[in-house]
Ligand binder design. Structure first.
Ligand code: DAT
Ligand code: MG
Length: 148
């Protein structure tokens, strides 16, 4: 089954949105494969956001993502990468539709609540950066028979 990497950013953790965000993906029918509260190091932040290192906001982005704990997660499901991106909404909360996480809870692009992998390649890379293999749990839930 397809997997994606999702992360409640420091603003989402400080604003007590972990439960709300986990609930949305649970209710949708996706399957939680791993999760942890963690403090990101500068080194990990620079690796994670490596594709943006030439962008003018890179320094701010690294400072922000390391400014407090994040809640890192791996979710599984059919088409979960693209669907999670839809559920997150546009990168800039001002453009994100109501009903999406960024549309409902965010105001500015620099504090947009949640990260989600944007492709199978980035999902694999990001899961590998944040989780050891033994931190992911394979298990079944009867409810999946009612989702699929
Ligand atoms: P996304 O998080 O939707 O995948 P991205 O990969 O283009 O968006 O950018 C990563 C993060 O960088 C984004 O969540 C918020 C920040 N960011 C993006 N564009 C920005 C900008 N123009 N100014 C400040 N921060 C920005
Ligand atoms: Mg991105």
């Amino acid at each position: 089954m397809e997997k994606t990497f999702l992360m409640v950013k420091p603003d989402g953790v400080q604003r007590n949105l972990i439960g709300e965000i986990v609930t949305r993906f649970e209710k949708k029918g996706f399957h939680l494969a791993g999760a942890k509260l963690m403090q990101i190091s500068t080194e990990l932040a620079e690796q994670h956001y490596g594709e943006h290192k030439e962008r003018p906001f890179f320094g701010e982005l690294v400072d922000f993502i390391t400014s407090g704990p994040v809640f890192a997660m791996v979710w599984e499901g059919e088409n979960v990468i693209a669907t999670a991106r839809q559920m997150m909404g546009a990168t800039n909360p001002k453009d994100a539709q109501p009903g999406t996480i960024r549309g409902d809870f965010g105001v500015i692009v620099g504090k947009n609540i949640i990260h989600g992998s944007d492709s199978p390649e980035s999902a694999e890379r990001e899961i590998g950066l944040f989780f050891k293999e033994e931190e992911l749990v394979a298990y079944s839930k009867d409810i999946n028979n009612w989702v699929y």
